[in-house]
Design a protein around this ligand. Structure first.
Ligand SMILES: [Zn+2]
Length: 296
């Protein structure tokens, strides 16, 4: 009897852990505004380099994290974002996605947008031949797609047709090549120098200073840096206290399909999970949300 009660207790605890996590996810999606970004023809966004910005409102900040996934720091950052109900965009590097596919799936499962940042993060794609630069970009997309292959469909859809050049070292030829595949390029409005050897305190100060100066925009951070994880919670709290809100960059409806339909695409069409018709006796044994339909 005792063990039955104990296992019932364990089950209840498990359910309690799962149900609020899902409910919290839904509440968070309402809290962080989703900014739908058009990708047709491959626009380039971010006032630091381009005339165009994503449609953020005053005092709205879109957090973006580059260079992961990283087994030490990405999970810390995911927990901080969850705690504050903030959704972000992760520009991932192919080799790390291949090495840590479970973290790619975790980022997607927690409702963040996944974007890519080449295969191995060469500092300057301008110095590459067109063929090798294109291979870098393509393999970045392929690695993230492979990592998500076993994830549920709604998580696989988190991979957006979004790309960011390492070091923001773009080239107009490559932007055009991405554009032909309906992949949008992202720069930013501000950074926080978290890739430099400065303290987490300095990163926070620089982020706040740069955000206050521009007023709204995309912030570049790195989920590979302990100093970023160390200051992120405090940065979010300060921004919220100062009246800022957060926005998640998501592709405009149909953007994925548009990218997948391009000639020589970088994103493949999402393979829908096949639902096999069930044998009548098997169906009868399984609980169904719609018993009336199941009996027909
Ligand atoms: Zn980078």
């Amino acid at each position: 009897m005792k063990s039955v009660l104990a296992s019932a207790g364990v089950m209840a605890a498990l359910l309690c852990a799962i149900v609020p996590a899902r409910a919290q996810q839904a509440a968070c999606e309402e809290r962080t505004a989703a900014i739908e970004v058009p990708t047709e023809g491959g626009p380039a966004y971010g006032g630091m380099q381009y005339p165009r910005s994503v449609g953020l409102g005053p005092k709205q900040v879109a957090l973006t994290f580059d260079d992961g996934p990283n087994p030490e720091t990405t999970p810390l950052i995911l927990d901080i974002l969850d705690r504050h109900c903030v959704k972000a965009t992760f520009f991932m590097v192919g080799i790390y996605a291949e090495r840590h596919p479970e973290i790619v799936r975790e980022v997607a499962a927690r409702g963040h947008t996944i974007a890519t940042h080449t295969w191995s993060h060469p500092n300057n794609l301008r110095h590459f031949s067109p063929g090798s630069a294109q291979r870098q970009i393509r393999q970045g997309f392929e690695a993230v797609e492979a990592a998500l292959a076993t994830a549920p469909e709604e998580d696989r859809e988190r991979l957006a047709p979004f790309f960011r050049f390492p070091g923001l070292n773009d080239s107009s030829k490559l932007i055009r090549w991405l554009g032909e595949r309906n992949i949008a390029t992202f720069s930013c409005e501000f950074g926080a120098d978290d890739w430099k050897s400065i303290s987490s305190y300095q990163v926070r100060i620089r982020a706040l200073r740069n955000i206050a100066y521009v007023g709204r925009g995309i912030l570049i951070l790195h989920d590979t840096k302990p100093r970023t994880a160390a200051m992120l919670s405090s940065l979010i709290e300060t921004l919220l206290a100062e009246g800022y809100s957060f926005a998640q960059l998501v592709p405009e409806k149909g953007a994925r399909e548009l990218a997948a339909k391009a000639a020589d695409p970088l994103i493949r069409p999402l393979r829908r999970t096949e639902v096999m018709p069930e044998e009548p006796e098997t169906a009868a044994l399984k609980p169904s949300l719609e018993p009336a339909t199941a009996l027909e």
